[in-house]
Design a protein around this ligand. Structure first.
Ligand code: NAP
Length: 325
C-alpha cells in the first residue's frame, strides 16, 4: 500500500508518499481501507521527532481516520467487511490501510459524509473524556474552552452547548471569535487581550468550573486564578510550554484540581471505553445535527506536507483532512 512516510525528523518537506507493507489484522483488530485521515497537532511533533508512537503502534503518522472495513481479524464479532467506520488510532492513519483494535472503531454517524467522519474520533474522544469523564462537567456549571476555533475547541463548544452548559472560549482573531459564537459559545474572548479579567467579569468574579486548556505552562497561573471553587483545570496541550510554577495555595484555597491527560498513550482498553462512552453520549448529538463537523480544508494524501504547513500557520479553523484517492 501507499502511505506518507517521514524520511527523517524535520519540517513538512520530509513527508512523502512511499510504498510500505500492508497491515494485517491481529486478533481483535480490523483493517480499515482508509478514505480520509484527520490531522492533529501531535502529528507535527511526531514529524519533528519529538513524539514517538507508543510501543507497538505503527510509526506512520496519523491518529484518526474514516473508511470501510476491508478485513476482520480473529475474535472480532461486532464488525463486518464493508462497514463504514471512523477510528481512533495510535498511529498509521496517513495510509491506504490501517489496522485498528475493534474497540477503537465508531460507526459513521447518520448524516455525516464518510470523508468528514475522519474529523471526529480525536476531537470527540478528547473532549468527552477530558471535559466530562475526567473534568466531571455538570449541566449547571460553566466551561472555559481555550482555542475555541481549533479542532478540539470547535467540538468542545458545540458539545457543551448542546448539553445546555454555559461556554466561555478564547480565540485569536475577530473571524475566529465570530465562528465560536456561531458554534454556540456564550462568550468569546480575544486571547490577545486580558482574558483572565474578562473571565472574572463574565462570571461575576466566581470563575469557571472546568477549563479545557491547550496552552500548558504559559496559562497555568491565569487558569488556576480563573477557576471557581472546586474547579477543575484539565490540561491537554503544551502549546505555551511544559514547565510552569504551580501556586499550590491558590489550588488549595479553591479545593481545585489540576489534571493533565493524554489520549494516545492510553491502553487499548482505556481507549475502547472512551469510544464506547462517546458512541453512547456524543454520537446521538451528531446524528440529530446538534454538533456538526468543522472541516477547514481537505488535501490529497500526497500533499500532506502542505496540510502540515497550514496547521503550523495557525490560520485554519476546525479540522484539516487528508484523503486517499
Ligand atoms: N492530550 C490529548 O489527549 C490531546 C488530544 C488531542 C489534542 N490535544 C491538544 O489539544 C490542542 C488543540 O488541538 P487541535 O487539534 O484543536 O489543534 P488546532 O486545530 O491546531 O488548534 C490549536 C488552537 O490553539 C489556539 N491557540 C493558539 N495560541 C493560543 C493562545 N495564546 N491562547 C489560546 N489559544 C491559543 C488556536 O487559536 P486561534 O486559532 O484562535 O489562534 C487554536 O484554536 C493541541 O495542543 C493538541 O496537542 C491533546
Amino acid at each position: 500500500m501507499h502511505a506518507v512516510v517521514a524520511t527523517q525528523a524535520g519540517g513538512p518537506e520530509v513527508l512523502s508518499v512511499a510504498e510500505v507493507p500492508d497491515p494485517m489484522p491481529a486478533p481483535g483488530e480490523v483493517v480499515v481501507d482508509v478514505v480520509a485521515a484527520g490531522l492533529n497537532r501531535a502529528d507535527l511533533l511526531q514529524r519533528q521527532g519529538f513524539y514517538p508512537p507508543p510501543p507497538g503502534a505503527s510509526d506512520i503518522i496519523g491518529m484518526e481516520c474514516s473508511g470501510t472495513i476491508g478485513a476482520v481479524g480473529e475474535g472480532v464479532e461486532d464488525w463486518r467487511v464493508g462497514d463504514r467506520v471512523c477510528a481512533l488510532l495510535a498511529g498509521g492513519g496517513y495510509a491506504e490501510r490501517v489496522a485498528v483494535p475493534a474497540g477503537q472503531l465508531l460507526p459513521v454517524p447518520d448524516g455525516v459524509e464518510l470523508i468528514d467522519a475522519a474529523a471526529l474520533p480525536e476531537v470527540a474522544c478528547t473532549v468527552w473524556s477530558n471535559v466530562f469523564m475526567v473534568g466531571g462537567l455538570r449541566p449547571a456549571e460553566t466551561l472555559l474552552a481555550h482555542g475555541g476555533a481549533g479542532g478540539i475547541g470547535s467540538f468542545a463548544i458545540q458539545l457543551a452547548h448542546a448539553l445546555g452548559i454555559r461556554v466561555l472560549t478564547t480565540a485569536g482573531t475577530p473571524e475566529k471569535l465570530e465562528l465560536c459564537r456561531r458554534l454556540g459559545a456564550d462568550e468569546a474572548i480575544d486571547y490577545h487581550g486580558d482574558w483572565p479579567a474578562a473571565v472574572q467579569n463574565l462570571t461575576d468574579g466566581a470563575g469557571v468550573d472546568v477549563i479545557l486548556d491547550n496552552m500548558g505552562a504559559s496559562y497555568l497561573a491565569d487558569n488556576i486564578d480563573s477557576l471557581a471553587l472546586e474547579g477543575r483545570l484539565v490540561v491537554i496541550g503544551m502549546q505555551g510550554g511544559r514547565r510552569g510554577e504551580i501556586d499550590l495555595n491558590a489550588l488549595l484555597r479553591k479545593r481545585a484540581a489540576l489534571i493533565a491527560t493524554n489520549l494516545r498513550g492510553r491502553p487499548v482498553a482505556g481507549k475502547s471505553a472512551i469510544c464506547a462512552a462517546v458512541r453512547e453520549h456524543v454520537w446521538p448529538l451528531i446524528a440529530d445535527g446538534s454538533i456538526t463537523t468543522v472541516v477547514h480544508q481537505v488535501f490529497p494524501l500526497g500533499a500532506a506536507a502542505d496540510a502540515h504547513r497550514l496547521m503550523e500557520s495557525g490560520t485554519h479553523t476546525g479540522k484539516i483532512l487528508l484523503t486517499v484517492e
